[in-house]
Design a protein around this ligand. Structure first.
Ligand SMILES: [Mn+2]
Length: 433
């Protein structure tokens, strides 16, 4: 098969997308919803433009089958290199109009030809979001990260990990990224294995070294995680520790909230509110979980929690606690059983729905209820928004932007995965996974 034929297989045209009409109830559903929302003082045009403007970055590692430590089952047609990863995100962008950026992982995605990668991304309408460093595995570097990286007891290993992060910054500069995300796996598995205070201090000092090397228009997103891969202690286990470290680094270091990086039942919406209050929320890694860092599709398990998080985001931004556009939005998931592109379509939809519902909350009435001790009333206000079916509004925003009425239906009807398998084969494996 020639390259031209391949490209034809992969190139979804606007007219192909628009050939799929919305279902017969779309217009009527939207009309009824609009009438209802306008009666409560909301501006439909404003809602649609806010929903349409909201964009979420896709991580390069979400495009192949993720696997677990027990096994990995290929889904076929996985992107074999960075160009193909960009092509997959281009498909998502065309169908959903909900993403226009990719978040790269180094060393899995080091471009061979920077100009070519930049041109490829540009041709697909994509930008490069935060860069991700990797000091949680060994990939042929001089010294092993088995016992940690930025918080390792050995200075030469810490220096090597700092140098890696600086290299990631330099790569990011070449492709127009403006942020570095640091997720640190460092910690210990057994009591006594590590010195809590020393390992924390080494980590702070290492991060200072990285922060100093960042261009002045970059930000550092510092992720936290309570456990895994270490099971006794993690050096940055929670938002408080991340916040404490960021405060020592400088204004451009902020806390990254990955929804899966919390112990069960943690009140994540409160964490979001607290961080916004401190102007210290860097951004999000969206996913969902039942038990821990399960990497499940955003909104598949706890859609109400996702809505409550967006209520705090919308509230915090409208109160002026922290500007909406200072926050980075990204999905972080890696699946074992679903077609990753189908999963990402579902995740983008769930995020858009949660955001749209949060925009419906009558914030002044809610504050009135809070201040007068009207507990039942406050709950009713949140439920009124959460129980509203906003899918016609989200679909309308997408269609007005040129996306599909139903992205998943179009994806399946156009046999995108089948075509990817024809082009790339059944055994292809996404780099890094
Ligand atoms: Mn993450």
């Amino acid at each position: 098969m020639t390259k031209t034929e391949n490209q034809q297989l992969m190139n979804i045209t606007k007219s192909q997308i628009q050939a799929f009409e919305p279902d017969e109830f779309h217009e009527r559903s939207l009309a009824i919803l609009s009438e209802k929302l306008e009666k409560s003082g909301l501006d439909i045009t404003d809602l649609i433009s806010k929903i349409a403007a909201f964009q979420i970055a896709i991580p390069s590692w979400a495009l192949g089958a993720g696997g677990t430590r027990f096994g990995r089952f290929s889904i076929g047609g996985e992107p074999r290199n960075l160009e193909e990863k960009l092509e997959d995100i281009g498909i998502l962008a065309q169908l959903t109009k909900k993403t226009e950026a990719v978040s790269l992982h180094i060393p899995w995605d080091i471009p061979e030809d920077y100009m070519q990668i930049k041109a490829k991304a540009e041709s697909l309408g994509l930008k490069f979001d935060a860069m991700n460093s990797n000091t949680f595995q060994d990939y042929g570097q001089k010294e092993s990260y088995k016992m940690g990286s930025l918080g390792n007891a050995s200075k030469s290993i810490r220096d090597q990990a700092i140098a890696h992060n600086v290299e990631v910054i330099r790569i990011g500069e070449k492709i127009g990224s403006k942020a570095l995300t640091v997720w640190l796996a460092d910690g210990s598995n057994f009591p006594g294995q590590a010195h809590f205070r020393n390992s924390l201090q080494w980590t702070i000092d290492s991060l200072k070294g990285i922060y100093r090397e960042m261009p002045s228009d970059w930000k550092l997103l510092l992720e936290y995680k309570p456990y895994e891969p270490n099971f006794y202690h993690t050096i940055i286990p929670d938002w408080g520790t991340s916040s404490l470290i960021c405060s020592q680094l400088g204004d451009r270091a902020k806390v990254l909230v990955d929804l899966g990086h919390h112990l069960p039942n943690t009140n994540i919406e409160q964490i979001v509110a607290t961080l916004m209050h401190q102007n210290q929320l860097a951004g999000f890694h969206f996913n969902d979980s039942k038990y821990g860092d399960d990497d499940l599709t955003t909104g598949s398990i706890k859609p109400y929690q996702l809505f409550l998080i967006f209520c705090e985001l919308v509230g915090g931004a409208s109160d002026g606690a922290q500007a909406w556009d200072s926050i980075s939005w990204m999905i972080d998931a890696s699946h074992n059983v679903k077609d990753p592109l189908e999963d990402l379509i579902q995740a983008l939809e769930a995020i858009a729905i949660a955001y749209a519902k949060a925009l419906l909350v009558d914030r002044s009435k809610l504050e009135e209820a809070q201040n007068s001790g009207d507990v039942a009333g406050a709950q009713e206000i949140l439920q009124a928004a959460f129980q509203t079916d906003v899918r016609s509004l989200v679909a309308e925003a997408r269609m007005q932007s040129g996306g599909a009425a139903d992205p998943l239906e179009v994806y399946r009807s156009l046999k995108v995965r089948e075509n990817l398998i024809k082009e790339r084969g059944t055994g292809s494996k996404a780099t890094g996974l």
